[in-house]
Design a protein around this ligand. Sequence first.
Ligand SMILES: NC(=O)C1=CN([C@@H]2O[C@H](COP(=O)(O)OP(=O)(O)OC[C@H]3O[C@@H](n4cnc5c(N)ncnc54)[C@H](OP(=O)(O)O)[C@@H]3O)[C@@H](O)[C@H]2O)[C@@H](O)CC1
Ligand SMILES: Nc1ncnc2c1ncn2[C@@H]1O[C@H](COP(=O)(O)OP(=O)(O)O)[C@@H](O)[C@H]1O
Ligand SMILES: [K+]
Length: 533
Amino acid sequence: MIRAHSVEAVRAAEATAMAALPEGELMSRAALGLAEVAAARLADTDGTTVVGLVGAGDNGGDTLYAVAHLAESGFACAVVLVPTAGRSGVHAAGLAAAEAAGVMVHVAADDPDAVADVVAEADLVLDGIVGIGGRPGLRPEAARLVDAVDDDAWVIAVDLASGLDPAGEEGEDDAVWADETVTFGTPKPVHLLPAGEAATGRLTVVDIGIDLADVAAAVERLTWDDVAALWPVPGSGDDKYSRGVLGVVAGSEAYPGAAVLCTTSAAEAGVGMLRYVGTPTPVGLVHQAVPEAVMGEGRVQAWVVGPGLDTETADDAARAQLDAARAALASDLPVVVDAGGLALVDGRRTAPTVLTPHAGELARLLTRLEAPSAGTDDGTQGGSGASAGGSGAGRPVGGSGDGGDDAQHEVTADDVKGAPLGHARRLVALTGATVLLKGATTLVVTDGEPVRSQADAPPWLATAGAGDVLSGVIGALLAAGLSPHDAASLGALVHGVTADRVSGGGPLRALAVAHGIRPTVRDLLARGRSAPG
Ligand SMILES: NC(=O)C1=CN([C@@H]2O[C@H](COP(=O)(O)OP(=O)(O)OC[C@H]3O[C@@H](n4cnc5c(N)ncnc54)[C@H](OP(=O)(O)O)[C@@H]3O)[C@@H](O)[C@H]2O)[C@@H](O)CC1
Ligand SMILES: Nc1ncnc2c1ncn2[C@@H]1O[C@H](COP(=O)(O)OP(=O)(O)O)[C@@H](O)[C@H]1O
Ligand SMILES: [K+]
């Protein structure tokens, strides 16, 4: 598991470590680790010239000492002091060390054009403008230097790409785009969250001796090596019922394929038994594709409700299926709610629940559940006992638009994409459910748990039906007794890893991902068995 800690937790651990160490020791370790990574990349790329961009805080200090090491190793090194105060605005001891090592020192404010030319010559750039003390966005004097960096230069962000929000809550276009980030002690939330992951590039963590082992993470990422510990493996005393029966209410006359994709992936994930509830066309298809499935309702340990569900058609078969969906949602059994099923969620959930919206579905859900008229607890569509959790990203539609009580706020998919974590948290606050927000990086958010963030899938997975496959895997894990948080994040990991294997760098289709789940789980379990310890 990769664990990222909040800036506050890092600062506290740093203070504890510093109290027991000579002054400057942590920065010295950070700078040495940074210089070693930089030297290795210079060797890989046959680079010879290094420029450090140095800001006003300790992030700039790390960079000055690292560039001093690189100069002592024989590279041609310069630093550019970004603050308008020049030399007096940066880490004094770091600057002295750099000068003593023969590093050329330029003050950006003195001659911006000449300094931009120096930056453009660098094979390797160390971005030490700002680290965990930074506010999102770049100031103009910093942005100008960043623009001057050559496209072919290797850019290493020191601790984090300057301009990003260290907490990873807000997306920021105005930031350094790094090839690699060298961070200290522990990853920070921004490194694992959609708001910062792309600008972070490859992530290397330098051990500087700060201890966060017993400190709760802010963000976690499951890795391949976590699968064996979490995946439900049957024992000799198990039977199909004890392993967990999954009920699937999915597919419709309009979207019959979703039922096949969902039940196939649940079967591939090794569920003890499957019951399928649907209308005639998907019943026939599921019967053929997944002969293991039993048709009709019965006792189950968990439900999947919603892939391909048609909530509009009112013929008898569709109505009976919708009744089953509503009954599943009203029961106290664990449930995964996806796609059409999300329209049936009307507020606070007490049963263990995973909601799996993509950005557009999350936007629609928030718009509906946060509407002023949604404040009832009468079980009618749109009714909710919860108050609106959070504000800010919605924009008023209808009403006076003045933010008064009657203004209804429409949340858009773009709002969600701009601040995915905050919007997922709003749905958690409204429903009490685990929210899995799908995307290139999939977030799993549960009240009281570290956020899980999974980025295992190739963009080829952005294909119709892929979400139906995901819901089947998560349903199988819920039926086996995993918590919503573990089932959702482990499901996302296995779904993404399977997609990556099936794609192999080329196109994939959702059904192939469903069929790839069984060998992927087998191989991940085998990896766990062969791992030391
Ligand atoms: N914690 C640890 O364990 C260890 C931490 N270490 C290192 O310390 C770093 C944290 O250092 P830090 O606290 O001095 O803050 P830092 O990130 O340099 O920035 C603050 C300065 O930046 C400025 N500034 C702010 N926003 C800005 C913007 N948008 N654009 C431009 N400038 C902006 C702001 O200036 P002001 O606004 O006051 O003018 C302020 O002076 C950490 O990331 C790591 O590298 C290691 O040495 C080893 C152990
Ligand atoms: N750019 C991307 N890179 C990797 N995975 C992606 C990307 N975009 C979407 N995905 C994944 O693809 C799946 C799409 O699911 P969804 O949108 O529900 O499709 P459908 O409703 O057609 O089944 C999700 O698991 C999502 O996380
Ligand atoms: K930085």
